[in-house]
Design a protein around this ligand. Structure first.
Ligand SMILES: Cc1ncc(C[n+]2csc(CCOP(=O)(O)OP(=O)(O)O)c2C)c(N)n1
Ligand SMILES: [Mg+2]
Length: 552
């Protein structure tokens, strides 16, 4: 078997069926193998940044994303996208085709290099934004492939593998098969000790509350976490990053908790009253914690993939999945529930309904949109007012909301929508993106249209960088952008894209009805939504205060 086939077989075993990237002469032989392999689809993008975003979107839905670029010019263009995946804990494997072994050995000044005869610069750059890096050779390939891929899966981060062009056709042993595993080892004794400590602290409490994050995906414990909260019968909130991961229609669901940024007062009040916090899979970042204004509990049970903290006790190297399984079993067996504690007023939790006032504003747009979302829809919200519009409202959908809460690179959602849609072709991907963000990665709409993907782009046209205007420089020129004709632009990319321009609620309702009635053979839509420059979601106003303080 050839090395390329060996690699692709393992990627297929890991559930990958689509690979994103851009060709270059150093990776072309690898792409031949991808193209020949029936179980894989190659999706070429307009540039490598977008390929990285697409692989990230695909990886978030599918569990592992794969990206292929060429040496130097290609790989460096992908850096911001891969760094985002690194910050947001998305498992990706980035393959780079590099000059052949003979060029490396003789130090030839080949194209895409700095001409110094030194070929390690780029791999060295990647060490800061990858959990593992390798340059394959005729002797190290097996050990390095095993090390790099298993690290990416275990750490849920991007990893980098550079392959000299001649190695793609190298013959390797047919009988080698690698097994990649996610978990760490769990010692029964340690797990039962931690489990006892959790219940000891929980039972000291009268009013516990839970705060759930999305790192539970890393230890494959989203369902376990939901089971635990349901068994305990305690109210729960989720972080911004976990938006739509847990059941927002549950009676126990309070809303998002983000300290002072929390959009619903009930959540803050419940946290204020609570005397114990069970925090599972939460990462404290500026947005997640409301500019670090979250309540600091004395009685805290904090469960992450790295450390378990129970009041003053710290445990590392614990198999978190196993621990949660044990905790849920005990909870059910011993019927540990907080049935008497339902002091919070469930009725006041926000329920979504279409707005009665049909005047056109950003808030009414969001109210109506959320009332039209279907349970299988994949949702993506870009950094900008789109973030806040969706954070403020409850949505119950199958997949986690795709955003970059920590990295916040604008333009991410359009290519990520391409990737996410490739990962689940059975459903629609709704991309909410600002006009400024759209201008960053707009050309990828053509790849979406080329594949006839059911992606609906909701382009919020508010004449520039509204979120930045809200933070600083309301009328400054640097917050202006060129006023593109977005519908014409989309048509120029691909005439089959369905375009719609909306200025009133009535028009908006008609457009959504039209899309729903499925009249067009071509499934890609762009809806340009016209708003005033200063029309902002409520939560943004609270967050802006926090951000200004943080930057001063
Ligand atoms: C790649 C990148 N460059 C710059 C920024 C800084 N930035 C954050 S939000 C924003 C403006 C977003 O404007 P738009 O997409 O139109 O959204 P709006 O707030 O207007 O809805 C900018 C420039 C960023 N986050 N990412
Ligand atoms: Mg804008």
């Amino acid at each position: 078997m050839k090395l390329s086939t060996f690699i692709l077989n393992h990627l297929i075993d890991l559930g990958v069926d689509t690979i994103f990237g851009v060709p270059g002469d150093y990776n072309l032989r690898f792409l031949d193998y991808i193209e020949e392999e029936q179980r894989l689809k190659w999706v070429g993008t307009c540039n490598e940044l977008n390929a990285a975003y697409a692989a990230d979107g695909y990886g978030k839905i599918n569990g592992l994303g794969v990206l292929v670029t060429t040496y130097g010019v290609g790989e460096l263009s992908a850096m911001n996208g891969v760094a985002g995946a690194y910050a947001e804990n998305v498992p990706l494997i980035h393959f780079v085709g590099m000059p052949s072994t003979s060029a490396l050995q003789t130090g030839l000044p080949v194209h895409h290099s700095f001409g110094t005869g030194y070929f390690n610069e780029f791999t060295e750059m990647w060490t800061k934004i990858s959990c593992a890096t390798a340059q394959l050779s005729q002797t190290n390939w097996l050990v390095e492939i095993e090390r790099v891929i298993s690290t990416a899966i275990r750490k849920s981060k991007p990893a980098y593998i550079a392959i000299p062009a001649d190695l793609f056709d190298m013959e390797v042993d047919d009988n080698i098969h690698l097994q990649f595993s996610r978990g760490s080892i769990g010692h029964e004794e340690q797990i039962s000790q931690i489990c006892d400590l959790i219940f000891e602290n929980l039972q000291k409490s009268q009013m516990p509350v839970a705060w759930l994050g999305c790192n539970t995906r890393q230890f494959n414990a989203v369902e376990l976490t939901s089971d635990l909260i349901e068994s305990l019968n305690i109210p729960f909130a989720q972080t911004i990053t976990a938006k739509s991961l847990y059941d927002e229609s549950s009676d126990q669901y309070l809303g998002l908790y983000a300290g002072n940024f929390s959009p619903v007062d009930l959540v803050k009040q419940t946290f204020q009253k609570a005397d114990c916090l069970i925090r599972i899979g939460v990462r404290i970042t500026d947005f997640n914690s409301g500019g670090f204004s979250h309540k600091k509990f004395e009685n805290i049970i904090d469960i992450t993939d790295k450390v378990i903290r129970i009041n003053g006790h710290y445990f590392v190297g614990v198999n978190t999945h196993k621990l949660l399984t044990t905790v849920v079993d005990k909870c059910r067996r011993d019927k540990i529930r907080f049935d008497n504690y339902l002091h919070y007023n469930r009725q006041t939790a926000t329920k979504n309904s279409a707005p009665k006032d049909l005047s056109w504003s950003l808030n009414h747009f969001w109210d109506y949109t959320v009332s039209q979302i279907k349970p299988n829809d994949i949702l993506l919200a870009d950094a900008g007012t789109s973030f806040f519009g969706i954070w403020e409202r409850n949505v119950t959908v199958k997949h986690l909301l795709l955003t970059q809460v920590l990295w916040s690179s604008i333009g991410y959602t359009l290519p990520a929508g391409l990737g996410a849609s490739c990962a689940d072709l059975s459903t629609r991907a709704l991309v909410f993106i600002g006009d400024g963000a759209f201008q960053m990665t707009a050309q990828e709409l053509s790849s979406i249209a080329r594949l006839n993907l059911p992606v609906i782009v909701f382009l919020i046209n508010n004449d520039g960088y509204t979120i930045e205007r809200a933070i600083h420089g309301e009328n400054a020129e640097y917050n202006d952008i060129a006023p593109w004709d977005y519908c014409k632009f989309a048509k120029a990319l691909d005439n089959r894209i369905n375009t719609h321009k909306v200025k009133t609620m009535e028009q908006y309702q008609q457009v959504l009805n039209l899309i729903d009635s499925n009249q067009s053979k071509h499934r890609t839509h762009l809806i340009e939504l016209m708003f005033k420059r200063d029309d902002v979601p409520k939560m943004l106003t609270a967050a802006v205060k926090g951000m200004s303080k943080q930057n001063s």
